[in-house]
Design a protein around this ligand. Sequence first.
Ligand code: PMP
Length: 445
Amino acid sequence: MTGKLFPRSFKTEYLTAVQGEGIYIYDKEGKKYLDGCSGALICNLGHCNEEIIEAVMAQMHKIEFAHTSRWRLDSVSEAAEEMASLAPAGMEYVWFTCGGSEAIEAAVKLARQYYTERDGGYSSKSTIISRWNAYHGSTLGTMAIGGSIPRRRIYAPLFKENPHIAPHYCYRCPFGLAHPSCDMRCARQLEEVIKRVGPGNVMAFIAEPIVGSSVGGLVPPDEYWPLVREICTKYDILLIADEVMTGMGRTGKNFCVNHWGVKPDIIATAKGMAAGYIPTGGVIASNWIAEEIQKGTGAFTHGHTYTGNPLSGAATAAVIKYMKKHKLVENVATLGIKFGEGLKKIGESNPIVGDVRGKGFMWGFELVRDKAAKTPFAKNVGAANVAMKECLARGLVIYPGGGMVDSIDGDNFLVAPPLITTSEQIDELLEKLELGLAAAAAKLA
Ligand code: PMP
């Protein structure tokens, strides 16, 4: 053999997926797994959905590609309309990408171009504030913004430095405070940093509405997002919601910011958009941002070849129509309550589960060595990976994530089944998870 697949990790023993069917995946030995994390919170409609496959195939037969520098494509225009129908009012302009990192890059460039256009060709506003531990993608631009130290460490000299603020990590408050007496210290830090850097230099604050990657499932207190919105508006700073993971119904609302009635200026999304059928992502911009560019130079200076490709458009339009037809967001909102209660119950009775947090079909578990003292496992233990292996052995896939500062292979994992999951399938997932975590606790004791 001369060709070798460069693996994500040389240390992982990979399974081979040969067939998907609804919320299940079959490996090459024919073993069936419940996809309890929708791939990486992507496969919102489950696997091998005939309606989506047909929509993409039909587009293939019509036209597979025409470059957006010259051509409009019906499937892409339809996808834009469908996307805007999910977004808050006044956010109607949709820019398509091929994934989440690209969507974040596009959102950031759009923010920058908005200010240069608005301020007459030059703006001092170029700093982006984000949060420690945040993951916004793997490209150089998105890693410069992200705050995940283990991911940044190797590549750090390549990044433009941007300031970070503390995350709303209430289980281990970075300030050692407790809600509500904390008075939202973590959100107020945004204002402190803006003042330090100078509002004239800051162009955007970017954050996930509920934290997904790294320390997953962190839901902010209800005051968090309204306060962040207020601070951004006060200092003329754009608010970018990274809804790559949380968007498209995942948390029981079209977009996660809807839980708090907050309107960001730009939403970046991806994963659930085309639900894994074709690589896709997108940016939804407030009308006044697009109109500033229309009035000015007239073009967003950004254009990957595959931007707005018709196959992604066909998949996205078909996915959203399917979501609406089957009321999947409503399904998540309703079943998410039962799901959360079941997960919390598992957490309470398991000796190594320190915290269970989330909304809808997006829940994070944090594993600890000592529950009362919240003592983390030693760095080299990789507790979430142990839990993942035990769950896999019982036919359940979960999604391990990182620790706060030290390690990518940390103590956190996400459980996030496809949005089509039924009540009976939730029971099946809970049963498998309970057994898997009990076995992990026995191993790690
Ligand atoms: N932002 C967030 C919040 C994500 O979870 C991810 C992917 N895990 C990205 C950005 C990057 O998306 P992609 O992997 O599609 O480039």
